[in-house]
Design a binder for this molecule. Sequence first.
Ligand code: ATP
Length: 214
Amino acid sequence: MRIGIFGGTFNPPHKGHKKLALEMKNKADLDSILIIPTFTPPHKEGKDLASGEHRIRMCEMMFAEEFFTVSDMEINRQGKSFTYDTLLELKRKFLDDELFLIIGSDMLLSFHTWFRYEDILSMVTLCVATREDKVAYDELITYSEKVLRLTESEIIIADIEPYECSSTDVRNQLSLGSDVSIMTGREIFDYVRLNLIYESPFMEYKRLLREKLD
Ligand code: ATP
């Protein structure tokens, strides 16, 4: 089996994440994709960072199709989430499968700074998506050849029509009391509101005022 691995903070997950995963599934001909939210220290949780439990639940909503599996392995492992440790664990579990690591182009250009990146490259094929047209295809190829020493056949660089959205945009819009369902889907938006995730103490007042004013 060809298994994709897609990690991120997913704080919260949005349609840009989903588009990336779906398009990579097609481009790399993946059979399934593991979605792995990273561990974040509980003392950092609050208005700008949802708990691991909430992020897992929102990922299950966003990645509901059966070829996705949302994994709590990094959240349960705690401590700093090194991709290397996660891949070692997955390699042991999926002995006969091929692993593909899905990342956005913004992350590729600092890949040589990742803990044991050369070992990572020996365990997976990198699947990189261009993001927001920020990094040109040629720049990605040059970097992967010169810095990572990969040939063109050892990396998948997919030119994906960008869905311009980030979790930061979603949180910013939420802090203004806006409806973000266009970026997250209705289910996640409702979940965020119901559980008061990303809420500051003044949000409720803002909402009330907004209702009263034209
Ligand atoms: P934040 O705004 O909080 O930094 P983010 O939207 O970048 O978050 P992450 O959870 O940090 O989301 O990203 C996980 C992965 O998804 C990264 O590899 C990132 O490059 C990729 N990604 C995020 N948003 C998009 C998007 N709109 N299109 C393509 N890839 C994306």
